[in-house]
Write a protein that binds this ligand. Sequence first.
Ligand code: HEC
Length: 132
Amino acid sequence: MRSRGVALLLLLAASAARAQLPLGGGVPAVPPAPPDPAALFRGQCGTCHTTVANASPRQGPNLAGVYRRKAGTLAGFKYSGAFGNADFVWDDDHLNALLTNPQVLLPGAVMVYRQANPTIRQAIIGWLKEQH
Ligand code: HEC
């Protein structure tokens, strides 16, 4: 009998936790702790990208000053053909689309990355804007 009571309590706790989520989304309105964008960039992008001005590109182009730069135009970086028709500058919307799924924004792009969590995408984009 006692274990049934515990199970009921757990069930109540679980539905209480669910009730705090905003309608229609799986992301809590208030994240437990704000993500540290520099650490996010290092962890999620740093293997392939640097933001140290004038440093040589890695697998991907140097992202110093990428915000408002025209896509596919870093001198000396050999982009894939996917960038051939990329006629836009990197702003919030384009960066958000790229980080969500590069293949949708630029079919054939060789950037192997996807981020489903909008909070993480926004943190990285906000931080990228500051990197000149
Ligand atoms: C596994 C390696 C890899 C990871 C991880 C990665 N990228 Fe990339 N990224 C690339 C490559 C390679 C390209 C060039 C793609 C091409 O030529 O098709 C690129 C291109 C880009 C571009 C276009 C830049 C320009 O000059 O037009 C941006 C912006 C970008 N990445 C941002 C990011 C961000 C921000 C992250 C982390 C959230 C990230 N990337 C993670 C490899 C990566």
